[in-house]
Design a protein around this ligand. Structure first.
Ligand SMILES: CC(C)(COP(=O)(O)OP(=O)(O)OC[C@H]1O[C@@H](n2cnc3c(N)ncnc32)[C@H](O)[C@@H]1OP(=O)(O)O)[C@@H](O)C(=O)NCCC(=O)NCCS
Length: 214
């Protein structure tokens, strides 16, 4: 199905997975994962406030409202593209790309999660590589950032493996408690040598005007 709103038609395909623009039909398929629980174990991975710490069904409602809000708040300075991660055609998580002052600095950051059963199989790394391909090859970004709590081994290892460099620390709260954040940064020049030639982008050109680009 082709959507009227171009961001919903964007796809990023790698040999292992597909990032598909998060249409309401796809979000509906992700609901069971959210309902079952994403923030399942300590150390807690998400900063406050986030829907994943709420009880179901408020969790699903908050989660949907957050995505709808983000979709509806798009300026050249601030946008967020939401993708459902499909492995073997099944939804396993989400991978978002966030533009902040992209029109001035070409800077993006990313946010992701996988259902607990889909973790530790290399999908986290593959979906980050996919979103970086969209950012650098598709949108001509200059720099990608990533933040994670210092004890979030999965996220920090993905960043390190993909060539990001340490970029200082920060503080944030999770479930009301302060915790240290590790910041990472990957420039276009650092991404380029590891650039993949097996990732296919679709629908990016039509999406550019939505983001105030080109
Ligand atoms: C972060 C996340 C997306 C990573 O995805 P993943 O598929 O589990 O990660 P991968 O299988 O690609 O693993 C990447 C590396 O992290 C390691 N790793 C993953 N989870 C780990 C854990 N819980 N403890 C220790 N190491 C871990 C893997 O062994 C691998 O190491 P390597 O690069 O040395 O081989 C996933 O763990 C997740 O959804 N976590 C909860 C939500 C979250 O933290 N989101 C990010 C918020 S900033």
């Amino acid at each position: 199905m082709t959507h009227t709103y171009p961001p919903l038609n964007v796809t990023v395909r790698t040999p292992r997975l597909t990032l598909a623009g998060a249409s309401d039909e796809l979000l509906e398929q992700v609901v069971p994962l959210v309902r079952a629980g994403i923030a399942d174990t300590q150390p807690w991975p998400f900063d406050d406030p986030i829907s994943f710490y709420a009880d179901s069904p408020d969790r699903e409602w908050q989660w949907l409202r957050g995505i709808w809000r983000g979709r509806g708040t798009v300026t050249p300075q601030k946008w967020r593209l939401y993708f459902v991660v499909l492995a073997d055609g099944e939804p396993v998580g989400m991978q978002d790309l966030v533009g902040r002052d992209f029109d001035r600095f070409g800077t993006v950051s990313s946010f992701s999660w996988l259902a607990p059963a889909a973790r530790r199989q290399g999908l986290g790394r593959e979906m980050r590589a996919a979103i970086l391909h969209l950012a650098f090859a598709g949108l001509d970004a200059r720099e990608a950032g990533s933040d994670a709590f210092a004890d979030n081994e999965g996220s920090n290892r993905v960043s390190r493996a993909l060539g990001y460099q340490l970029n200082g620390t920060d503080w944030d709260t999770r479930r009301g408690e302060p915790a240290l954040i590790q910041r990472w940064r990957l420039t276009r020049e650092q991404w380029q040598p590891g650039r993949r030639d097996d990732i296919e982008l679709t629908g990016v050109k039509q999406c550019l005007p939505v983001l105030g680009l080109g």
